[in-house]
Design a protein around this ligand. Structure first.
Ligand code: GDP
Ligand code: MG
Length: 319
């Protein structure tokens, strides 16, 4: 018997779009069920596009996580915003993420005319509309909103824009999250899955290694330091990955590129303590992902002005 397409099987691309820090990467990780994308409380943690593959019976949802859209300053930023906006043209549906919640200090029913949606969102949505794709509003972080306040918020958004759907959820607690796939499904074209069953992402293990190290830089260093860092993977040695005796081993060598000598000192920390912590945490994540032991060697190199160096950005896959 020939394997036939499950009736009504659908597969397609959805872009996670929105301001930095709304929870795009957290939602991707939650729906894929694996920590793939870097998450931190700081904006602009996500620098490159990453595909997360979500499966439910009859549905393959290909989630595109891109850097958040912000005012670009410099070559690196322009490349990041370009990555987000160019993706708009290539997807079947746009998931526009915004934090549910009232502007600071405002209260529903206070009688004051408050724009819950806000001008920045209105401007962004106008830009999104030009792509001509269905836009589903995903109101994120509902764990931070008192339930009675949620309905008027949803109403305000509904009036602001012609959304195909509006869907509130919390990617952190998982509240209401899995149902999103069923909603988005309607906007995907019919067709068989595009990726093999076991695949979770289009990113290589090498690229994820760099992503995990960068995530720790965002979590463990302060102020402007993480924004001026990049990670290059110098070696990814799998010779001992398949081993007859006990768990295998992957050896990874990576260089953390920083903009200034003072940043190098911060990344290293006292007696190299911080770099060690960064390495330990990144290694733990990698061991989980690769399913084997990982040896991770980290180096720090100062390259003044690297964010404006086209050749280096391209070498790092950032342009
Ligand atoms: P991105 O820049 O849009 O990709 O945002 P991230 O996924 O990196 O998340 C930014 C911050 O918001 C992180 O500290 C997350 O832990 C936090 N966050 C994301 N989703 C939620 C949520 O549903 N509830 C709460 N309370 N925090 C969230
Ligand atoms: Mg992100």
């Amino acid at each position: 018997m020939r394997a036939s397409l499950p009736t009504g099987s659908r597969s397609g691309f959805a872009l996670l779009f929105g301001k930095p820090n709304v929870g795009k990467s957290t939602l991707l990780n939650h729906l894929v069920g694996e920590h793939l994308a870097a998450v931190s409380p700081r904006p602009q943690t996500t620098r490159q596009r990453l595909l997360g593959i979500v499966r439910q019976p009859g549905t393959e949802l290909l989630l595109v996580d891109a850097p958040g859209v912000h005012q670009p300053r410099g070559l690196l930023h322009r490349a990041m915003v370009e990555a987000a906006t160019s993706a708009l043209a290539e997807v079947d549906v746009v998931l526009y993420l915004a934090e549910a919640g009232w502007p600071a200090g405002a209260q529903p029913g206070s009688g004051v005319d408050i724009d819950v949606v806000g001008q920045a969102h209105r401007d962004l949505l106008r830009a999104v509309k030009k792509a001509g794709k269905p836009v589903v509003l995903v109101l994120t972080k509902i764990d931070l909103v008192e339930r009675p306040k949620l309905l008027p918020i949803i109403d305000a958004w509904r009036q602001a824009f012609d959304f195909a759907d509006i869907y509130p959820l919390s990617a952190l607690t998982g509240e209401n999250a899995s149902g999103l796939v069923g909603v988005v499904r309607q906007y995907l074209p019919e067709g068989p899955p595009l990726y093999p069953e076991e695949q979770m992402t289009d990113a290589s293990e090498r690229a994820l290694a760099a992503e995990f190290i960068r995530e720790q830089l965002f979590l463990k260093t302060q102020e402007e330091v993480p924004y001026g860092t990049a990670v290059a993977i110098d070696a990814f040695d799998e010779q001992e990955r398949e081993s007859d005796r006990g768990p295998g081993l992957v050896r990874i060598e990576a260089t953390i590129i920083v903009e200034r000598a003072s940043h190098k000192g911060i990344v290293l920390g006292k007696g190299g303590e911080r770099l060690k912590e960064i390495g330990t945490e990144a290694r733990k994540r990698l061991e989980k992902l690769l399913g084997c032991r990982v040896w991770l060697g980290l180096h720090v190199r100062v390259v003044p002005g690297w964010t404006e160096k086209r050749a280096l950005l391209s070498e790092l896959g950032l342009t």
